[in-house]
Design a protein around this ligand. Structure first.
Ligand SMILES: Cc1cc2nc3c(=O)[nH]c(=O)nc-3n(C[C@H](O)[C@H](O)[C@H](O)COP(=O)(O)OP(=O)(O)OC[C@H]3O[C@@H](n4cnc5c(N)ncnc54)[C@H](O)[C@@H]3O)c2cc1C
Length: 462
């Protein structure tokens, strides 16, 4: 595509933007194109760092008129690097940072380029929160539009369940609102359809009065993996919605506040978040604490943003990532045994497996109320091979793939689109399940030529 680009055209485009355009010859090109996952090395022709909605409109029009592949970038955290594209145009939204909280209405409106840390900081000032993920450097745009699971899921629902409206730049360059009363089909599709329908320049989200939570990890020795997972499986689905706890196989990070004698020890763990009254936290966690062999109980009261960013230092940008995912309804004993087998084989210390609970509040919506088709599933599982050293890519990738393949027969079918690699069209369709067809029709209406195809792609019908 690059050879088709007329330099004068690009200069004209760059001159009109309030933000900037970065090209391969520019000194900041490598910094501008870097993605969170260092395994992905893409070389876009142009990176348009948009400063406002007008810039986004100009970028969409420029990309379309010049036949460029377009990628939409918010936080750049996407596993397979779908926030960038070789030889194409990256619409970088990191300049769209406006955040406004309406404490009376309990809503927050965020720019399409915000990171979750910024959203948390702004809403926490008002003693409120909207559900996000477990690493605060993740882009709110990508995380929210694909689903959004995290510490508040069981209590407040998925992030998409909290979207009240959006402003969107469509493929033809028009700017529209999507909410219950305007473009309600687009509003439906955006709640899980990711960046397939346009560039979302702002999102209005519901807020919940959550400020301080009782939270932190508990670890057990890896030899007790099967027992702990077997207990957790039965416990969490019956726990009150105020209690969230995602299960993990991991290694204890080699830094404070973790006790030195546990550093790098492989463990089975649960990271808890209790949103109920603080004086009831001990009751909620008593059964967990009584599980034999507890190595460490790190639970304590903390401001929610502290929990949401607690693991940021363990997973900074620049590591190699390969992950696979699945939705899970039940975890039979046979699956528990397989989990324990693969946990014992975690090849490097940052590798991890998480089971995020998606029961509780997410089950209040039916399977076709949003594109998230797995309202019957109880967990979103992710098998993440992570390591700073490129030499370990094959090792971590093989572990993730083999682990996933061994557990996939026990899954509900599809996976959370935000935790997949590029795994082919069948996987995308399986992940939306019965909602895929409706999504293709809405795609045909709003993006008939599939201009926005650098994503977990929904093909236009027809
Ligand atoms: C370390 C780590 C931890 C994570 N933890 C969680 C977690 O706890 N919970 C969870 O749910 N997910 C989690 N994720 C997955 C995360 O949701 C996805 O990687 C997501 O794609 C990241 O969003 P981003 O904006 O940073 O990505 P980018 O790479 O910038 O964008 C990815 C895609 O999102 C779409 N997109 C982004 N912004 C917009 C926008 N404004 N308008 C239209 N489309 C847009 C585009 O299709 C783009 O291709 C995690 C990822 C990582 C790497």
């Amino acid at each position: 595509m690059t050879e088709m680009l007329d330099v004068a055209n690009v200069d004209d485009f760059a001159g009109k933007l309030h933000g900037t355009v970065t090209r391969p010859d520019d000194a900041d090109y490598d910094e501008a194109r870097a993605l969170y996952n260092a395994m992905i090395d893409k070389r876009p022709a142009l990176i348009a760092r948009c400063a406002d909605v007008d810039d986004v409109v100009a970028a969409v029009n420029f990309g379309r008129e010049n036949g460029l592949d377009i990628a939409i970038r918010c936080g750049g955290h996407n596993g397979p690097g779908l926030g960038s594209v070789d030889n194409g145009l990256v619409i970088d939204l990191s300049g769209l940072k406006e955040i406004s909280v309406d404490p009376e209405a309990r809503t927050v409106t965020i720019g399409g380029g915000c990171l979750f840390a910024e959203v948390d900081a702004a809403t926490h000032e008002h003693g409120m929160a909207t559900p996000g993920g477990i690493i605060s450097t993740t882009g709110a745009g990508g995380l929210i539009l694909g689903g959004g699971v995290g510490h508040l899921t069981r209590k407040c629902g998925l992030s998409i369940d909290n979207i009240l409206g959006a402003q969107v730049v469509l493929a033809d360059g028009s700017v529209v609102n999507a909410n219950e009363s305007e473009n309600d089909d687009l509003y439906w599709a955006l709640r899980g359809g990711g960046g397939n329908f346009g560039v979302v320049t702002s999102l209005t989200m519901r807020l919940h009065p959550i400020s301080t939570v009782f939270c932190g990890p508990m670890f057990w020795p890896l030899e007790r993996s099967a027992d702990v997972l077997g207990w957790y499986r039965d416990f969490i689905v019956n726990a009150p919605e105020d209690l969230n706890g995602f299960f993990a196989f991991a290694s204890v990070p080699p830094a404070p506040p973790f006790p030195e004698e546990l550093h790098l020890q492989k463990v089975a763990g649960v990271v808890w978040c209790w949103t109920g009254p603080e004086d009831k936290a001990d009751d909620a966690l008593a059964e967990a604490r009584s599980q034999p062999g507890l190595l460490m109980d790190g639970t304590h009261p903390a401001p929610l943003p502290a929990l949401q960013s607690a693991f940021d230092p363990v997973y900074p940008p620049g590591d190699q990532w390969y992950w696979r995912a699945d939705f899970v309804e039940t975890i039979p004993d046979e699956a528990v045994e397989k989990h324990a087998e693969f946990a014992a084989q975690m090849p490097t210390w940052k590798c991890t497996m998480h089971l995020y609970p998606i029961d509780g509040a997410p089950h209040n919506l039916g399977p076709t109320e949003t594109p998230w088709g797995y309202r019957n599933a109880n967990w979103a599982a992710v098998f993440a091979g992570v390591d700073p050293d490129p030499a370990n890519v094959d090792k971590i990738g093989a572990w993730s793939r083999e682990y996933h393949e061994a557990l996939h027969p026990f899954s509900a079918g599809g996976a959370y689109v935000n935790m997949m690699m590029e795994e082919g069209q069948d996987r995308v369709e399986a992940s939306y399940g019965e909602n895929y067809e409706r999504l293709t029709k809405i795609k045909a209406k709003y993006d008939p030529d599939n201009l926005f195809h650098v994503n977990q792609n929904i093909k236009p019908a027809g």
